[in-house]
Design a protein. Structure first.
Ligand SMILES: [Zn+2]
Length: 147
């Protein structure tokens, strides 16, 4: 039983977020949307070079966004993804259980790694998928700049 529904997520937004979130959704900025049970994840193109990453966990009743306005309240990106979940559910790929357990396995393994092993992993990731490292570094820099 989810702690919160998508409708309720939308209801927590004020009128300004409601308008801008709907605008983002209708502009087709929501991409790479996946849904696994009550967890929705997607990206929303915004003013930043990199799209923001949004995660909504209905079971836990929590959501997050990598944008600078993520301060607990629903931002326009979270709003756009929640709206997409309601109005364009077929846009969401069904995330497979296999993917989830691979991520869980990796996260467990990460806890055991030495600093040197973590470094090797990050270097390998940087070689294969530099955009992931770039996006991550970019988001950290934004946060550190007091956004
Ligand atoms: Zn946001």
């Amino acid at each position: 039983m989810p702690a919160i529904t998508l409708e309720e997520v939308l209801l927590t937004a004020d009128r300004r977020i409601h308008e801008r979130g709907r605008e983002l959704f209708s502009q087709g900025t929501v991409s790479q949307a996946t849904r696994a049970a009550d967890v929705l994840q997607a990206r929303v193109a915004g003013s930043s070079v990199h799209p923001y990453r949004i995660r909504i966990d209905l079971t836990a009743g929590v959501w997050s966004c990598t944008c600078p306005y993520d301060q607990g309240a629903v931002c326009k990106h979270v709003y756009a993804v929640a709206l997409a979940g309601l109005e364009a559910p077929r846009q969401f790929e069904q995330a497979t259980v296999k993917n989830n357990s691979a991520l869980e396995t990796l996260l467990k393994a990460l806890e055991q790694l030495s600093d040197e092993e973590s470094w090797t992993l990050l270097e390998a990731l940087e070689r294969l998928r530099p955009e992931i490292i770039e996006e991550y570094a970019f988001n950290i820099a934004q946060r550190d700049n007091g956004w």
